[in-house]
Design a protein. Sequence first.
Length: 87
Amino acid sequence: MGVSFASTSDLQDWADDQSFQYELWGDDNKDLAIYYGAATPSQGAPDRMTVLLDAEGNQLLSYNVGLFSISSHPRDVLEDVQAIFGE
């Protein structure tokens, strides 16, 4: 899933336009972003990060996604997921 400070309706329109096949959630009160360290209460937009959770919702890994790592990021996460959960 993806999470943003945008409204749920704006996110859904954008997801439809981009043909995303995963859910997008609105975090307009910033609770989720603050909990996972992607934002402070005064930030206007969350930092780009990925959090890998297990089936019970426990955090296994987190990745700060900078502009320079965005192209290799999906591959890096997939490799870690395969190492943790198998193929």
